[in-house]
Design a protein around this ligand. Structure first.
Ligand SMILES: Nc1nc2c(c(=O)[nH]1)N[C@H]1C(S)=C(S)[C@@H](COP(=O)(O)O)O[C@H]1N2
Ligand SMILES: [Mo]
Length: 313
């Protein structure tokens, strides 16, 4: 795998110092000024600083802990409880893994994950993550921009949307033995959303291999959209000219749309989307205000010029 920058310590340093070093490196020209005294300062919790900035690709907020990110999950293939995926997902075989790419591409076929990883640039991205259920986290992902993979596949000019499918393997995914959802889980993006540099194919977090409960070995991350758009354990990608029907919209189109951009102004029919609970904040933490496009309006607002976001929710 190639790394975009040579200032990547995450793979070789423990998580605690990684966070501090990364925060420091953001404000320094190089790594020379790193001192052990500075490194020992604990990062502030998000609740201490409800204001945030997006610098480059990263949010300035403190990430959630590895423990929080890997123990509170939505992955219905392993059960509907937040703790079910961490308990059950160890049964999933993630190696070997291949992704079938078909539809409106010049180079359709089965792409071996190891082969994909040898051709893309792995980056680190600290993204805000907002579930439609109104909880949120800050997650340091590792992964590559989806546009790199789609470019390898050769996008044909008639392609307008990208459809994604999760693995269907009920022997290893016990939730798929029940008719909870119409399996396999399906998601979709408009092609310009899929090509946006923020749209990530995650392969890891905190510099470690992606844990199964987070969608190993390959999952989508679209930080300005509700979490259900970020489909896990992807085995199929199809370029199409028609809008794909995503799983949650197929179940309840009144509550879950195709776009699902984070939007405090458009309530879910059963709850407000104007605020959110940051995981790890504790029982008495103040709810945070939800921000349009989850804080990424400057980067992605132009994609939706002229679109009625109330109708296209
Ligand atoms: N295949 C699949 N992908 C999925 C889901 C799922 O149940 N199955 N849940 C979605 C929802 S609702 C959310 S909020 C995120 C959760 O990601 P995380 O567990 O890594 O935080 O995954 C999304 N991707
Ligand atoms: Mo979600």
């Amino acid at each position: 795998m190639k790394f975009k920058s040579d200032l990547k310590y995450s793979a070789v340093t423990p998580e605690a110092t990684y966070l501090n070093r990364r925060a420091l490196l953001g404000g320094l020209a190089g790594g020379a000024a790193l001192g052990s005294g500075l490194l020992s300062a604990a990062p502030a919790r998000a609740q201490d600083a409800p204001d945030f900035e997006i610098k480059g690709f990263d949010t300035t907020e403190a990430p959630n802990t590895f423990e929080e990110i890997t123990s509170y999950n939505n992955f219905y293939e392993f059960g509907t409880g937040k703790e079910d995926p961490a308990r059950n997902a160890h049964t999933l075989t993630t190696d070997p893994w291949a992704v079938e790419i078909d539809g409106l591409v010049d180079n359709p076929g089965s792409y071996d994950l190891a082969d994909i990883l040898s051709k893309v640039d792995i980056d680190e991205r600290i993204y805000r993550f907002r579930c439609v259920e109104a909880w949120s986290m800050v997650i340091p992902w590792n992964g590559f921009e989806l546009n790199q993979l789609l470019t390898l596949a050769g996008i044909q000019s008639s392609a307008k949307y990208v459809r994604f499918e999760t693995l269907f393997r009920p022997e290893e995914m016990p939730g798929q033995k029940r008719a909870l959802l119409d399996w396999p889980y399906v998601e979709g993006l408009r092609l310009d959303e899929a090509m946006h540099p923020l749209t990530l194919m995650a392969t890891g977090l905190y510099g470690k291999e992606l844990p199964n409960q987070n969608g190993a070995p390959l999952r989508l991350v679209v930080p300005w959209k509700y979490g259900f758009k970020s489909i896990k354990s992807i085995v199929k990608i199809t370029l199409t000219d028609t809008q794909p029907l995503n799983t949650w919209k197929s179940i309840n189109a009144r509550e879950y749309g195709f776009y699902s951009n984070v939007n405090p102004e458009v309530s879910h029919p059963r709850w407000t989307q104007s605020s959110e609970r940051r995981i790890g904040g504790g029982l008495f933490a103040k709810r945070l205000e939800t921000v349009k496009f989850n804080g990424y309006e400057e980067q992605v607002g132009d994609l939706y010029k002229g679109l009625d976001l109330t109708k296209n929710y």
